[in-house]
Write a protein that binds this ligand. Structure first.
Ligand SMILES: Cc1cc2nc3c(=O)[nH]c(=O)nc-3n(C[C@H](O)[C@H](O)[C@H](O)COP(=O)(O)OP(=O)(O)OC[C@H]3O[C@@H](n4cnc5c(N)ncnc54)[C@H](O)[C@@H]3O)c2cc1C
Length: 637
């Protein structure tokens, strides 16, 4: 396998414009002769399918939910970044670029990140034109707030429902194309494998989740926008359905997987409350604009928060990182929370929690303003915990949230399999080792609205894919493999539920490949995961049949993939003998406990190639070249 990032020549700020001019176009009359598959209808997939449909391609769009509107993107709360500089507070494309590169701990590609910052401004215009109801100032200008890792206010938002409003915009654009006949939508249809013919991605194998029918879908190119794999930890802030199946299956067909160990642990989630919990809830980072994070100075202080005087509180983020304070990036704020809890200063019954306190902000701004800004988040918190955050501080703790790793893609967002493009959270691209808040929505929409419409055309115009015979041996073999996998999952006669295995895997991953990692723990995980997988094969019980709606079967397939994929994550985490962003190896830290990078040895993207059943995957390295930023130790102090 050869990695070629295909970064265009020319100065950084000109690369995308020059590249767009140099790329080949497909004549409008020829566009309708091309069929394109888009898997996923979240922000990345819906925006891509709508844009490609609008251009005139014949698009087939798939999602496993009953409606594209239920994609996980709908859960995004806080906002979307863009370098509009409406606040006149010093923002620019260059600053957004630099913040993102630094936020990712210098482990992302300069050219991609610069393009992301450039097109961020177009996204806002596009969404406003669609009618997305962003918050506005009294004078009518769009309003902004701050997110972690930035000292400017560049985050556009729609209360605490930004993802929902953006998705409704993209969904409307998608439905317009459905009505126009350019996009065919296939809800409740799961992609279970990728069809590769003569080295090119030529289709997918799907299973109808209602009837169980397995089918082959052929096309000239395939776009995966299938989201992230944070649910490998079992407990995460992701929707329960989020999974790795599409990208993992593509990996097994030859697509390199980039930086699988880079996961984001979000500092502000409602703490775990018990063993039978199946889901965690995020409290948006936007709350840190006004909420102050603290714990008691004394360990095991069991007084109610209101009884602890100011002088006995430790506002540890403000103390340790005076420049960024409560808006320190997520990896740093998460580790700081873990540190104070490890010292015995955590709050709540389990001691695994810290306070996020709005008392100051309520005093300063009044309850009405806080309600206007965060009302739905406060209500959600109260419904889950039974506590009123207007009166007592919220309790929060870090949880698995986002995956920076994903299928490796070049500058055109194409994987190592020609004709397979990967967008949104599913690719590894722009966030390096730590994503800044409000940058995922920006990236998903940049990929879907502004990048794939150009790069896919260039691929089709230059590769001119010939028709594929549905009876081709590769097509038949891939479809057979899917049927066999489904039959195998249903054929077991074990005793344990799928959830039981998933929970056990999550515990291993959280303990050894979570917020902190070390070589011994990772080696242990690499022994425990195959053993658990073995037990899964012999002792899982999947109820029901394959010819009906069967969520036990759906979950079994996804958990089986997680059980293999988890090993790749641990292998990647073990090989990366440095700390960077969300990947914190305890062996590699500065004397004051910050991540210590090793740029000499690890300034590269780790791209793993599948080498066959029972064989160790092969590591390829894409060297990261920094010509426009200076590689510095990240500091938010
Ligand atoms: C609680 C929460 C809050 C967040 N808030 C913010 C925020 O404020 N700002 C921000 O920038 N980011 C935020 N994020 C991150 C952001 O929401 C996601 O990264 C982003 O929405 C992912 O979009 P996507 O289109 O790549 O994938 P998704 O929205 O996850 O969509 C995936 C799509 O793929 C489909 N799919 C998956 N697998 C298959 C398969 N095998 N077959 C068929 N279809 C499949 C699904 O049906 C779905 O349509 C938040 C994340 C969480 C968990």
């Amino acid at each position: 396998m050869k990695l070629d990032a295909r970064i265009p020549a020319g100065p950084l700020e000109k690369k995308w414009d020059l590249h767009r001019f140099e790329m080949k176009l497909v004549n409008p009359a020829n566009k309708r002769k091309h069929t394109v598959i888009v898997v996923g209808s979240g922000l990345a997939g819906a925006s891509a399918a709508a844009s490609l449909g609008e251009l005139g391609y014949r698009v087939r769009c798939f999602c496993f939910q009953d409606s594209p509107r239920r994609a996980h993107s709908i859960a995004a709360q806080g906002g979307i970044n863009a370098a509009k500089n409406y606040q006149n507070d010093g923002d620019s494309v260059d600053r957004l670029f630099y913040d993102t590169i630094k936020g990712g701990d210098f482990r992302a590609r300069e050219a991609n990140v610069y393009r992301l910052a450039q097109v961020s401004v177009n996204i806002i215009d596009q969404c406003v034109a669609q009618g997305v109801p962003f918050a506005r100032e009294y004078g009518g200008l769009l309003s902004n707030r701050s997110f972690g890792g930035a000292q400017v206010s560049r985050t556009f938002y729609a209360r605490g429902q930004t993802g929902q409003q953006l998705l409704l915009g993209a969904y409307q654009a998608l439905e317009r194309q459905v009505a126009a006949g350019t996009v065919a939508m296939f809800p409740r249809t799961e992609m279970l494998d990728l069809v590769v013919v003569d080295g090119q991605a030529r289709g997918i194998i799907t299973r109808d989740l209602v009837s169980g029918k397995v089918e082959t879908q052929l096309a000239d190119a395939v776009v995966l926008a299938t989201g992230g794999y944070g649910n490998v930890f079992y407990l995460s802030t992701n929707a329960k359905g989020c999974n790795v199946t599409a990208t993992f299956r593509a990996w097994k067909r030859g697509a390199a997987f980039g930086n699988p160990c880079y996961t984001q642990i979000h500092p502000t989630c409602i703490p775990v409350s018990g063993d039978y919990q199946s889901k965690l809830t995020l409290m948006s980072e936007s709350l840190r604009n006004d909420g102050r994070v603290w714990v008691p100075k004394a360990s095991r202080d069991s007084r109610a928060p209101g009884e602890i005087p100011e002088s006995e509180r430790d506002y540890y983020l403000e103390r340790k990182y005076p420049s960024f304070g409560n808006l320190s990036p997520r990896d740093i704020a998460s580790r700081a929370a873990k540190e104070v809890c490890d010292e015995g200063r955590g709050v709540g019954e389990t001691g695994l929690g810290v306070y996020l306190d709005f008392a100051d902000a309520i005093r300063r701004l009044g309850e009405a303003t806080i309600r206007e800004r965060y009302g739905n988040l406060f209500e959600m918190y109260e419904r889950i915990t039974g506590e009123n955050p207007y009166r007592v501080p919220m309790r929060i703790f870090p949880a698995a949230h986002y995956t920076m790793g994903g299928l490796w893609v070049d500058y055109n967002l194409m994987s190592t399999i020609p004709g397979l493009f990967v967008l949104g959270e599913a690719n590894f691209s722009d966030h390096g080792a730590n994503r800044l808040g409000a940058s995922a929505l920006m990236q998903g929409l940049a990929d879907g609205y502004f990048i794939i419409p150009y790069t896919l055309g260039d691929y089709l115009a230059t590769s001119r894919p010939a028709p594929v015979d549905p009876a081709h041996a590769e097509v038949r073999a891939t479809e057979d493999a899917v049927r066999q996998r489904v039959t195998r999952l249903l054929g077991g006669d074990g005793k344990r539920t799928v959830d039981d295995f998933h929970r056990a895997l999550g515990k291993i991953m959280w303990e050894h490949c979570g917020m902190e990692r070390n070589a011994d723990g990772l080696r242990r995980a690499l022994r425990e995961i195959p053993a658990l997988r073995q037990e899964f094969t012999s002792d899982v019980r999947v109820v029901g049949t394959g010819e009906e709606l069967n969520q036990s079967l759906e979950k079994a397939g996804r958990v089986a993939d997680f059980l293999e994929f988890a090993e790749l994550m641990c292998r990647d985490a073990l090989h990366r003998e440095e700390s960077c962003g969300g990947h914190f190896r305890v062996e590699h830290q500065t004397p004051d406990g910050e991540a210590q990078r090793d740029d000499e040895r690890f300034a590269y993207v780790a791209a793993w190639e599948y080498a066959g059943e029972g064989r160790e995957p092969v590591l390829h390295k894409e060297k990261l070249v920094f010509e426009n930023v200076h590689l510095a130790t990240r500091s938010y102090k």
